[in-house]
Design a protein around this ligand. Structure first.
Ligand code: S3P
Length: 435
């Protein structure tokens, strides 16, 4: 599907974001083997939600969708009937994680601990993404796991159970790998410790604590011991990764004021607010409150004069999914922006360094590709043309934001990819640009 975006004279209005994808996936997965029934509301929308629901149902978990008053207000709510630590069933068919790296890697951690045979697979993009990073530590814990490409790519075949805890020192900060190993550690003998080079998103740790797991966090290191989990209700906050598109659009656009309600601002995720503010964005963070172990706030962004910024080191895991749209903002900022230490972007749903550089260069930005990032010399006029989503939801939406501030018309080829995390994106874009 092609989607046409025009430069909008004004951008204004309020946005309710879809539920946070990382929190939603953990809420479904962890409650599936907890004791008791959990009500999960404001789950992320889109294909990645379908993927985690499909995987957990494939393991025998009953998850019922209800339309009534959920924890976060009126709307859809999922009732997850936990099967307890020993209650998951051997799946009859391969589990299909679709486009979701998080579902694939977290579910593999769970499968590694189950005393049965299972296969996990996904779409074309997922089948090209590195899985050795979870296979290696889970094998060290005692699971048998095989995969394509010399046991580095899905589909994976897993015969799990009989695990012993390990200490894993991560070379790259990855919440997916950390969570996969911690989930396996809940079923293992002894202690399982993950030592992170920099803090990646900590939703798993927070939710496990709320569910009564034996988990402790000290600096960058997290330790779990065998634990039974108690079901916990979750009302997922609005997804900061979705909010990032509106934050960047509002800051770049010359005539904008946007309000984003009830957005998750967990410090391990909210780097996009810090980076955009450092660039000069006028973003106010209002009504900060804690809701079920996660911080949420209302955000207001207004038209701003942006300057270039340097992004690297421990900031990278805090903005990892937001770097494409930050690069878009950098292309209209004054001065240079350097993004480094971000080679992980090459193994996301697409090669996001190549995809971002290609799209912005086509629109006329002065942008240079680096092995671990990019350099953008901002301030050139952007001129609408045709750009590709590369089948990646975040590239589709980042290019749409670029289209809003480019002269003329921008066509996004493969725009349907946005539905992976934000099916309502194009409608919200149309509404905000009509203002
Ligand atoms: C996620 C972690 C990040 C992120 C992904 C979601 C998660 O990946 O890019 O979109 O929910 O744990 P890595 O942890 O592999 O960097």
């Amino acid at each position: 599907m092609k989607h046409l975006v025009r430069a909008a004279p004004r951008l204004a209005g309020a946005v309710e974001l879809p539920g946070d994808k990382s929190i939603s996936q953990r809420a479904v997965l962890l409650n599936s083997f907890a004791n008791g029934t959990a009500h999960v509301s404001n789950l992320c929308e889109g294909d990645d939600r379908a993927s985690i629901l499909r995987c957990m149902r494939g393991l025998g978990v009953e998850i019922e969708e209800r339309r009534d008053c959920g924890v976060g207000g009126a709307g859809e709510r999922f009732e997850v009937r936990g099967r307890g630590m020993g209650g998951l069933l051997e799946p009859v068919q391969p589990l299909d994680a679709g486009n979701s790296g998080t579902a694939a890697r977290l579910v593999t951690g769970l499968l590694a601990a189950q005393p049965f045979f299972s296969v996990i697979t996904g779409d074309e993009s997922l089948l090209s993404r590195p899985m050795g990073r979870v296979i290696q530590p889970l094998r060290r814990m005692g699971a048998e796991i095989m995969g394509r490409g010399g046991d580095s790519l899905a589909p994976l075949a897993v015969r799990g159970g009989g695990l012993t805890g390990i200490e894993l020192t991560q070379q790259v900060a990855s919440a997916q790998v950390k969570s996969s190993v911690l989930i396996a550690g809940l079923f293992a003998d002894g202690e399982t410790t993950v030592i992170q080079p920099a803090k990646s998103r900590d939703h798993t740790e927070r939710m496990l604590s709320a569910m009564g797991a034996d988990i402790s966090v000290s600096g960058h290191s997290v330790t779990v011991r065998r634990s039974e989990l108690a079901a916990v209700d979750v009302a997922a906050p609005g997804d900061i990764s979705g909010a990032a598109f509106w934050l960047a659009a509002g800051a770049m656009h010359p005539n904008a004021e946007l309000r984003l309600n009830r957005v998750g601002v967990n410090a391990t995720r909210a780097g996009v607010i810090d980076v955009l503010q450092q660039m000069g964005a006028r973003i106010s963070v209002e009504n900060v409150r804690e809701e079920r172990a996660e911080l949420v706030a209302d955000l207001v962004v207004e038209s701003s004069a942006l300057q270039g910024v340097e992004i690297g080191g421990s900031m990278v895991p805090r903005v990892v999914d937001e770097l494409p749209v930050i690069a878009v903002a950098a292309s209209l900022a004054s001065g240079a922006t350097v993004i480094r230490d971000a080679a992980e972007l090459r193994v996301k749903e697409s090669d996001r360094i190549a995809a971002t550089v290609d799209g912005l260069a086509r629109l006329g930005a002065d942008i240079e590709e680096r092995e671990d990032g990019m350099v953008i010399r901002g301030g050139r006029r952007l001129l609408g043309t045709t750009v590709s989503s590369y089948g990646d939801h975040r590239i589709a939406m980042a290019m749409a934001v670029a289209g809003l501030v480019s002269e003329g018309e921008t066509t996004i080829d493969g725009a349907e990819a946005a539905a992976v995390s934000y099916p309502g994106f194009w409608d919200v874009l149309a509404r905000l640009s009509e203002a």
